[in-house]
Design a protein around this ligand. Structure first.
Ligand code: I6G
Length: 681
């Protein structure tokens, strides 16, 4: 190809790849398969290798990283990069609003731009004549570090602005962050290599931006959301010698939309609120969505939207008076490990439970946390009376993150595991390759008995109306039942003569048990409480083997043919049916309970045969179980986790990390409507 033809071809490819990048990383709407993208990128790299003089600063090839730097140079910000003040409570928020009104000498409502507060790093991006030329950290607000080469590799940051309506010099301020799913896979890779990993996505993002070798940063899957505009100006070479003042909107929200129109990513949760009274609802809404969001946040940010008002309000020290972060309750706090108890679970697992000096963290008072197993205790190096950092994120159970060794007191005590089951005194054992210590008492152990029956009767299992956890405990404690099958032998008299049980509750229970006798094969298999056989696996087993006898008799190899069943789960299933006490109970249950036969369909009736689906987020029209059953009835496999083998991810509302992972893997994503259309096709 001649040089002239190459110039034209390179321009075409660059334009095409810029568009694909924007569709994929900013709009979340991939338009071509990965293979097509890769083919174009390879063609570009080959042409640039042949004609290095044609490589431009904004070429998409620059996103893969370049030569390593010796150190980061410094960048003086043309406009200071400010930080934000914080408020932590409704009172503090009201005080913030009052300060604004007092300063403006006005009682008028004002519009507010509301944003989630990303837990990332503030950066300033500089575009000159539409081309990305520099990125800098906030640093001390006046001088930051030049991290251009690393930021250049961030896929969603355009190296050239879209369109042609922008100032000669435009600085965009925003937050670089690592999405939760990228953070998890990065840490998993680190753990596989025997490395420590990062404590949280923010540290991972900071560590990635601090790499002198931008090729490493390029592999880290960082992302960016713009939160404002910094310096705007005319270039020295511009004959007009001035900025088009009309370019900048006089609303903060509109400015974000302007940046978005230039191809920069804007956080989709940003909203314009009419007045300060709407702030609480936004805060609560984001707090409630927090776990489902694909990125980590630590609060919300509220800004007076009107730029004129912003200018009147000005700044204090290093923060604007017109904006504040409204932080969520701290998710990490210090407390003391006062004691360790050992609990026996449904499968006999003996779990050390930390008894903590009560502490308010993540919005609730926490006094217990699981310590998981001996490996975890060793990893933390924790002892009784140590000061520990406790973390409670969203609805996730509280966790001990680390020990503050500097504060270890003289009376610290090593944690020792029991040599016998704390409930039934049977021997304890640790299976090869497992970190968990288990009681060998099986259903002889009261703790296991109670948990097995609670699980059997639970809503997602056979769902016995009128039988709560407390009642199961009472029935076991009073010696009325020992196994799930014993439930069906209870008489109204047995129950009504129990303490705190009236005739009405007894009737309810007996009726509930009668109704629960008819179930489905999937629920029955799940109800047995076989280790690691959750609802999805149980349902997959039912649809694969069709009868309970076939499941009982399956070999490990046959079981491994079922989606979601790997070596360990297959072993657990075979072991379960090899235990005589389980067989006895299961046979009794088979005699009492029934479920409809699963119809065998021909391949023609199974249009989704061999297609693996994963469901995530809230399905508003069908409900998760109904959708699962409908897909399985058409031959589809429904799996609980996204992998390279997944064909479709059905993303309902508030889909979180599974959606991000599916997008990372190039898995087709369906909306609920699209799934319903597929089912009804
Ligand atoms: O550090 C920041 C994070 C997020 C910010 C910020 C923000 O808005 C969503 N906004 C401003 C105005 C500043 N820092 C100074």
């Amino acid at each position: 190809m001649s040089e002239q033809a190459t110039v034209k071809r390179i321009a075409e490819i660059c334009q095409q790849i810029h568009q694909y990048n924007h569709q994929y990383y900013v709009l979340d709407e991939p338009s071509v398969p990965d293979a097509e993208y890769d083919r174009l990128m390879r063609e570009l790299l080959a042409l640039e290798a042949e004609f290095p003089q044609l490589k431009t600063m904004d070429s998409p090839s620059q996103k893969v990283g370049g030569a390593a730097l010796k150190s980061f140079s410094q960048v003086t910000h043309q406009l200071p990069m400010l930080s934000l003040d914080n408020v932590f409570s409704p009172d503090e928020w009201q005080a913030f609003v009052k300060r604004i009104k007092d300063r403006l000498k006005s009682e008028h409502d004002f519009a507010i731009c509301a944003e989630p507060k990303l837990d990332g790093l503030a950066v300033s991006l500089r575009y000159e004549n539409g081309v990305f030329v520099q990125a800098a950290t906030r640093g001390d607000g006046s001088v930051g570090e030049n991290i251009t080469e690393n930021v250049r590799t961030i896929k969603s940051i355009p190296l050239r602005l879209q369109g042609d309506d922008y100032p000669d010099i435009l600085e965009v301020r925003g937050e670089v962050f690592m999405p939760k799913s990228s953070f998890e896979s990065l840490n998993q890779q680190a753990i596989k290599k025997g490395e420590k990993g990062f404590a949280n996505p923010r540290n991972a993002a900071a560590g990635s931006l601090r790499q002198l070798d931008s090729k490493i940063a390029a592999k880290r899957n960082l992302a960016f959301y713009a939160y404002g505009i910094g310096y705007v100006g005319a270039s020295e070479t511009n004959d007009d010698q001035g900025v088009d003042e009309t370019w900048l909107a006089n609303s903060h929200y509109q400015r974000l939309c302007q940046i978005k129109a230039l191809g920069l990513p804007m956080c989709p949760e940003v909203k314009l609120l009419d007045n300060a009274d709407k702030v609480d609802a936004f805060y609560q809404d984001i707090l409630q969505q927090r776990d489902a969001l694909s990125y980590e946040i630590d609060g919300t940010v509220f800004k007076v939207d009107d730029i004129e008002l912003q200018e009147q309000l000005g700044f204090v020290a290093r923060a604007p008076r017109w904006a504040t972060a409204y932080k969520f309750p701290a998710q990490e706090e210090l407390t003391i490990l006062e004691a360790v108890d050992f609990q026996v679970g449904r499968t006999g697992a003996i779990t050390p439970v930390a008894r903590l000096k009560p502490i308010f963290v993540g919005g609730v008072t926490v006094s217990n946390a699981t310590l998981h197993n001996q490996d975890e205790i060793n990893r933390l190096g924790i002892q009784i009376n140590d000061t520990v950092i406790i973390r409670r994120a969203g609805d996730v159970i509280p966790q001990i993150v680390s020990v503050v060794l500097d504060r270890r007191p003289e009376n610290a005590q090593v944690i020792s595991f029991p040599s016998e089951c704390p409930v039934c005194q049977s021997a304890v054992m640790k299976a090869e390759g497992e970190a968990v210590l288990r009681c060998t008492g099986g259903l002889y152990c009261q703790a296991q008995r109670k948990e097995a029956i609670k699980h059997f009767a639970s809503r997602k299992a056979i769902d016995v109306d009128g039988l709560g956890d407390k009642l199961v405990e009472q029935l076991v404690d009073e010696g009325l039942i020992k196994t799930p099958a014993d439930l069906f032998k209870l008489t109204e008299l047995d129950v009504s003569t129990m303490e705190r049980m009236g005739k009405k509750s007894a009737d309810n229970l007996i009726n509930g048990l009668l109704a629960a006798k008819t179930t489905t094969l999937a629920k029955f298999v799940y109800a047995l409480g076989i280790r690691e056989v959750g609802e999805t696996t149980a349902s997959n087993l039912a649809f694969y083997f069709l009868t309970f006898d076939a499941i009982k008799l399956a070999t490990e190899e046959q079981l491994q043919q079922v989606p979601d069943v790997g070596v360990i789960v297959a072993k657990n299933i075979v072991n379960f049916f090899a235990q005589s006490h389980n067989v006895e109970v299961v046979e009794e249950l088979e005699a009492i309970m029934s479920w409809p036969t699963i119809e065998v369909k021909s391949d023609d009736e199974l249009p989704l045969k061999d297609q693996t689906f994963v469901l995530t987020g809230t399905l508003s029209q069908m409900g998760r179980n109904e959708a699962k059953a409908a897909l399985q009835a058409l031959g589809a496999k429904v799996s609980g986790s996204v992998s390279a083998k997944t064909h479709y991810l059905v993303a309902g509302e508030k889909a979180g990390s599974k959606l991000t992972k599916a997008q990372d893997l190039g898995v087709s994503v369906l909306t609920e409507d699209e799934m319903i259309a597929l089912i009804n096709a």
